[in-house]
Write a new protein. Structure first.
Length: 133
C-alpha cells in the first residue's frame, strides 16, 4: 500500500504537512518545525526520510526569504537528485524551548547516525535567530 502524495507524514507522533518539493512548497509565516526530506535508498514503509530537522520563529522567512544557510549542503546530498522535499509543522502555541526540545528528539530518532553523508554536520543548528529584513 503506497501513501498518497497529499497525505501528511508522521514523525515522533506529530503530523507534518504533506512533503512538497522544496522550491514549490507553500511555507507559512508561523513558528514551527520543518523537515528536509529525501527519498530513501531502498523501498520501505516511508518513501521519504529526513536529513534535517529545523525550528524557527518564522518558517517562511527562514526557509525562503533569508535562505536557509544549509540549503547548499542539502542540495549536495546524493539523494537530492531524486528530489528535495520540505514538510512543516506549525506550532504557534509552542515556545522556542519546547520547539528546540522536540527538534532534538526528532533529530536523535530520525537523523543522527543514519546518514553517512551528514557525518560531522550539525543537524541541530537552528535558524531561529534569522530576522526578516
Amino acid at each position: 500500500v503506497r501513501r498518497r502524495a497529499e497525505e501528511p507524514v508522521e514523525f515522533g507522533g506529530y503530523k507534518f504537512s504533506a512533503p512538497k518539493p522544496y522550491f514549490e512548497a507553500v511555507i507559512p509565516q508561523k513558528a514551527g518545525l520543518f523537515l528536509i526530506l529525501v527519498q530513501r535508498w531502498r523501498w520501505t514503509r516511508r518513501l521519504l526520510r529526513p536529513i534535517y530537522v529545523g525550528e524557527c520563529d518564522n518558517m517562511y522567512a527562514a526557509l525562503l526569504m533569508n535562505g536557509e544557510k544549509n540549503l547548499v549542503r542539502w542540495l549536495m546530498h546524493p539523494r537530492t537528485a531524486a528530489g528535495l522535499y520540505v514538510s512543516v509543522l506549525p506550532t504557534p502555541l509552542m515556545d522556542r524551548q519546547a520547539r528546540e526540545s522536540l527538534r532534538d528528539r526528532l533529530v536523535a530518532r530520525y537523523v543522527k547516525g543514519v546518514d553517512p553523508f551528514l557525518q560531522g554536520f550539525s543537524c541541530m543548528e537552528s535558524p531561529s535567530t534569522m530576522a526578516v529584513s
